[in-house]
Ligand binder design. Structure first.
Ligand SMILES: [Zn+2]
Ligand SMILES: [Zn+2]
Length: 197
């Protein structure tokens, strides 16, 4: 966030409660000082889990002066919602047996910690310009797509471009892995910005 000079958060969309996707929540404090309550979006399960783990942020009781506050927005996979001037379409994917939310905004879609996606949810992924999809490394894993599986899924979803994210160091070096990817698939990296038309 410091490296890309991010000084404003429009909102925070939670995919699921795992620590590698939520532990940075403590750091919304300086944004809260500038902006006030920050909008957070998540399923009931995720918001409840975060309310326990980040009680000082989520609870309005006995609020410690200077602790950040959030505006909670409950979402589910069946109901698209409005955010600023956009319609956000939640996509439910499975992370082994755990439901995880992905998000489609126009023709951009972000899906992480994916192992499987039902046929019904895949229907929401037609006509994408950009798909961000998780791919862990080169070996099978019970709760994550590995590279080969992710490439098969990308072929099926057929976006114009796909970026792989949530990459383990075991995937290999960026340039070497990139050489062997299909022409429309790229490795994502920190600070990458993508523009969806
Ligand atoms: Zn996870
Ligand atoms: Zn993860």
């Amino acid at each position: 966030m410091l490296r890309v000079y991010c000084d404003h958060l429009d909102g925070i969309f939670f995919t699921h409660e795992h620590a590698d996707h939520t532990a940075g929540l403590d750091d919304i404090r300086p944004f809260f000082f500038r902006q006030g309550d920050i909008s957070v979006f998540g399923t009931e399960r995720v918001l409840e889990n975060l309310s326990m783990r980040f009680n000082y942020i989520f609870s309005s009781l006995n609020k410690y002066p200077g602790a950040p506050s959030v505006l909670q927005h409950k979402i589910n996979e069946q109901t698209p919602f409005k955010f600023n001037d956009k319609t956000i379409i939640p996509i439910e994917v499975f992370h082994n047996t755990l439901p995880v939310m992905g998000f489609r905004i126009d023709n951009f879609c972000y899906l992480t910690d994916v192992k499987t996606i039902s046929e019904k949810e895949q229907k929401k992924l037609k006509g994408l310009d950009i798909l961000v999809l998780s791919a862990l490394h080169n070996d099978p894993h019970p709760s994550h797509l590995y590279l080969e599986e992710a490439l098969v899924m990308i072929q099926k979803i057929n976006p114009k471009k796909a970026f792989l994210t949530h990459i383990s160091h075991l995937m290999g070096f960026h340039d070497e892995v990139s050489k062997n990817l299909p022409h429309n698939v790229f490795l994502a990296y920190d600070t990458l910005m993508v523009i969806s038309n």
